[in-house]
Design a protein around this ligand. Structure first.
Ligand SMILES: Cc1cc2nc3c(=O)[nH]c(=O)nc-3n(C[C@H](O)[C@H](O)[C@H](O)COP(=O)(O)OP(=O)(O)OC[C@H]3O[C@@H](n4cnc5c(N)ncnc54)[C@H](O)[C@@H]3O)c2cc1C
Length: 249
């Protein structure tokens, strides 16, 4: 499907886009940026919309925006007998008949070949804050993630790196991060709202033995901090150079 790379139509007002399956999520987001919109799924860097539908992928923003299942409005597929089906319309409020969209999403190519996808888009946030905090145990870190969700704060990303993963990152990048369970967060919204959420989570983390809570707002600093998570897979190879990675979700 790699030759089917057309972005067929963008509907800015309705916040949706119709694409062919070979379009990558990174190139789609480059196209959408000038319109103030983005597609909130960020799995592997080379992933395409067709493959992402077929694997029902998620990404680091799933906590806020859900997985592929929640972000596809409808799709077109060619069935094994050659029939072409469209699973729905662009209308969001549409519930007639079987939910064929969600049947095909995650079917790994076994039910048909996806040839066109309509995706739900989101508004690019005006401001974001990236934060990181260390914990004595994975349980403390998990308790903070749970307490944060229960407090009603809508984090856009929360990711756990355990002590082994941090050791791999130190080995791969010559860093000296404390080799303990670590949580990474991203908060989005207006400048004041993103900061308010950050400070509330800082307080929750302190109540669960969290230490060294840091947060950054400047774009380069945010990218630098988030790179730790983004390069986690490749850091794993530094620890086991003679091994291959098996990607799971
Ligand atoms: C560094 C890294 C990080 C990742 N992080 C995440 C993550 O956070 N969350 C997550 O869920 N996944 C993650 N993944 C896995 C990634 O989501 C999947 O690899 C991706 O969804 C597959 O997209 P692809 O275009 O590479 O598909 P491919 O690998 O090309 O195909 C995947 C499957 O879909 C089928 N397929 C492809 N296109 C179509 C089509 N048009 N119609 C029907 N079937 C089709 C293929 O036959 C195959 O069975 C990560 C991968 C990497 C390498």
């Amino acid at each position: 499907m790699s030759s089917m790379k057309k972005i067929k139509s963008l509907h800015v007002e309705d916040m949706d886009v119709v694409v062919e399956p070979g379009v990558g999520w990174i190139e789609l987001n480059e196209y959408l940026k000038p319109h103030g919109l983005f597609f909130p799924l960020d799995p592997g860097p080379g992933a395409t919309i067709g493959g992402m539908c077929a694997t029902r992928c998620s990404g680091s923003l799933a906590v806020r925006y859900g997985t592929m299942r929640d972000n596809v409005i409808n799709l077109q597929a060619v069935l094994p007998d050659g029939d072409v089906v469209k699973t729905g319309s662009r209308a969001r409020k549409s519930a007639a008949g079987y939910d064929l969209t969600r049947l095909i999403i995650g079917s790994e190519g076994t039910l048909g070949v996806i040839t066109e996808v309509t995706l739900r888009l989101q508004k690019l946030p005006s401001h974001s804050v990236v934060a990181m905090c260390n914990f004595q145990t994975v349980k403390d870190a998990a308790d903070v993630a749970i307490a944060t969700m229960h407090s009603g704060i809508q984090v856009s990303r929360v990711e756990l790196l355990d002590e082994v993963q941090i050791r791999a990152i130190n080995m791969a990048n010559g860093k000296s991060l404390p080799e303990v369970p670590t949580l990474m967060f991203e908060f989005i919204g207006t400048e004041a709202y993103a900061l308010e959420q950050t400070l509330l989570v800082q307080k929750i983390a302190a109540e669960h033995h969290g230490s060294d809570f840091i947060f950054v707002e400047e774009p380069n600093a945010k990218e630098e901090l988030w790179k730790i998570r983004k390069e986690a897979l490749w850091a794993g190879f530094a620890m086991k150079p003679d091994h291959e990675a098996m990607i799971t979700v």
